[in-house]
Design a binder for this molecule. Structure first.
Ligand SMILES: C[S@@+](CC[C@H](N)C(=O)[O-])C[C@H]1O[C@@H](n2cnc3c(N)ncnc32)[C@H](O)[C@@H]1O
Length: 344
């Protein structure tokens, strides 16, 4: 996965490529490269200058980071992907009973697990269009190229956009099913999550559905090991954020100066991935004219991943305008899939 600003180019207008009439996929590019870069630069400046410094998870994903993430999903400790896939396999036929005509997937990435849903929806004979929606144009295009071969009769309409700002780009054509998988919702802080769910509710009609994958609260040691595996793949993934930052913004942070830390925050009920300085760090981010100083033992927070209870999440959904239709929980209560619909 390349950082979105590297893959997308735009003149500030939404751009569309391909046309549905000729059977080619359409790609609606909503990300303006300059606007994205300015927002990203401002965010890095804010994060690295904070009393408790942080970095956005967007820095994990260059091509190497994407490969590492793929490896993480296959690790024995990383239960999420397997549990979610299993739930999808068990319940995709029930999803197909809702007469879905358009399937949208937010943060679609490689759209791997999506095939389980698409198989069932295509089989139902109602599905017309699949809409992958991601900030990374390169990843989105690769996914469409693969899926077109597998589903020749399906229309593809990709959206290269930010799900915090571009939900209006979700095309008409209901009933729509909007999937948000991989526990990605847990990467949003509570206020951000609330706004996101509220905006999603505003973008949908009563006949539409959302399907959200949530990682569940469980024994902290089990969660921590999923983010600190014995082979050190997650540690390499975490440190890769610095390599990407160095390359993109001409910074000189040395990943070897940092230790990977996965910490369960009991109060917030989320896991924190951190990079902890092993020695005094004095580094600069040349493109932003910024310096960063850390004492040994000081951390950079790189990701949070909130864990939920099915009841707590159903209550959050209700507050944002959705009523729960079904919640499916995996064996051992590790992961949940929540199907919900706007109640007005
Ligand atoms: C953890 S991955 C999950 C990928 C996939 N859904 C899965 O379940 O394996 C998160 C995905 O969300 C995308 N993403 C992150 N922030 C985004 C945003 N603000 N808008 C759109 N996509 C975003 C990333 O590019 C990445 O593909």
């Amino acid at each position: 996965m390349t950082p979105p600003h590297a893959g997308s180019r735009s003149n500030g207008q939404a751009t569309s490529r391909g046309s549905e009439a000729d059977g080619e996929p359409t790609i609606d590019v909503r990300l303006d490269a300059r606007e994205w870069q300015e927002a990203r630069d401002a965010e890095v400046r804010r994060g690295l200058s904070a009393d408790q410094p942080w970095l956005s998870p967007v820095w994990f994903y260059d091509e190497h980071g994407s490969d590492l993430f793929d490896e993480i999903t296959r690790l024995p400790e990383y239960y999420q992907t397997r549990a979610e896939r299993r739930l999808l396999e068990d319940h995709a036929p029930e999803l197909a009973e809702h007469g879905v005509v358009t399937m949208v997937e937010l943060g679609s990435g490689t759209s791997d697990k999506t095939e389980v849903i698409l198989d069932a929806l295509v089989e139902s004979g109602r599905l017309r269009t699949y809409v992958p929606f991601d900030v990374s144009e390169a990843t989105l295009r690769q996914a469409i190229d693969r899926l077109r071969v597998r589903y020749p009769g399906l229309r593809f309409h990709g959206v290269v956009g930010d799900f915090h700002r571009h939900l209006g780009a979700i095309p008409e054509g209901g009933p729509r099913l909007v999937a948000f998988l991989g526990g990605t919702i847990g990467n949003l802080r509570p206020a951000e999550r609330k706004r996101f769910l509220f905006d999603l509710d505003c973008a949908l009609e009563r006949q539409d559905l959302v399907l959200i994958g949530i990682d569940l609260v469980k024994e902290p040691a089990r969660i921590v090991s999923a983010y600190d595996d014995s082979r050190g793949v997650t540690a390499a993934f975490n440190r890769n954020a610095l390599t990407v930052l160095d390359r993109e913004l001409h910074a000189d942070l040395d990943p070897d100066d940092f230790e990977h830390v996965a910490r369960w925050n009991e109060d917030e009920r989320w896991i924190e991935m951190r990079l902890r300085a092993r020695r005094p760090v004095h580094a600069s981010v040349a493109d932003l004219d910024l310096t960063i100083d850390l004492r040994p033992g000081e951390d950079l927070l790189t990701e949070i991943s909130a864990k939920f209870s099915p009841e707590g999440f159903a209550a959050e959904l209700w507050e944002s305008g959705f009523e729960e239709v079904e919640t499916w929980v995996s064996e051992g209560e590790e992961f949940g899939l929540v199907l919900a619909r706007p109640y007005c």
